[in-house]
Ligand binder design. Structure first.
Ligand code: SAM
Length: 220
């Protein structure tokens, strides 16, 4: 029987206000250095600097704000957790970025966007929580514009930042390493890939490097 996860509740939509504030504190005090680095990695890797971007499972919108701040992209920050989105909304308004970062309260399985809407779809640290992964891939594919790219996965942007964050997190939560392993391991990776093969996505690549684990696909 796996231990109960402490760092992330299994279902973010049931986040209480207190849990959301605790999560936002972790992001701000521990994870903050990764977002500017990862935003630049994603922008440079794909060379997409304008148009519509969607960040799925955007949490407190830290990555969404960095993506918008480092490009001309308008970023839709999609997350289904109300209390998290309340915090994200406040952060975006405080940063004066509400015209560039659009807080969107929705489940990834049914996003409120028309077909062929987005030039770029990204997602960090969310896919391991998705209940129906195959349907989610199909939904992402529907929303991508022809020729547009989705990059979905997780990571810290660089090895150095990853090592620093993990070291700090273990002090805050001694179970962090074990929890991370429960959420993401070779078996989870295999399941994510098997579901991708059964989805409508015609082709994909998977990369594992110092920036993280990423599934990339392009709409035909
Ligand atoms: C570990 S957090 C990562 C947040 C953010 N991407 C970051 O890197 O800081 C995972 C996020 O995915 C969201 N999420 C999980 N399942 C979702 C779903 N089905 N639809 C929308 N958001 C979802 C959660 O609410 C949570 O905010």
């Amino acid at each position: 029987m796996p231990k109960k996860l402490v760092t992330n509740p299994e279902n973010y939509s049931r986040f209480t206000r207190e849990e959301a504030l605790n999560y936002a504190d972790v992001v701000q005090t521990m994870f903050a250095p990764l977002y500017p680095v990862l935003a630049r990695v994603l922008i440079e890797r794909f060379g997409i600097t304008s148009g519509i971007c969607i960040d799925i499972g955007s949490g407190t919108a830290a990555l969404a704000m960095e993506l918008a701040g480092n490009s001309n992209l308008t970023v839709y920050a999609v997350d289904h957790a109300d209390e998290i989105q309340n915090i994200a909304e406040r952060k975006v308004v405080e940063a004066g970025m509400e015209h560039r970062v659009k807080i969107t309260r929705a489940d990834v399985l049914s996003m409120p966007f028309k077909d062929n809407f987005a030039d770029f779809i990204v997602s960090r640290g969310s896919l391991m929580f998705w209940k129906e992964v195959r349907k989610t891939y199909n939904e992402i594919y529907r929303v991508l514009k022809p020729g547009a790219v989705a990059c979905i996965g997780g990571g810290y942007g660089s090895k150095e930042i990853g090592d620093q964050i993990k070291k700090k997190m273990i002090v805050r939560n001694p179970d962090f390493k074990e929890e991370a392993k429960q959420r993401f391991n070779p078996e989870v990776e295999k399941r994510l890939e098997q579901e991708l093969k059964k989805s409508m996505v015609p082709g994909y690549s998977i990369t594992r490097d110092d920036t993280g684990f990423w599934i990339t696909f392009q709409k035909r």
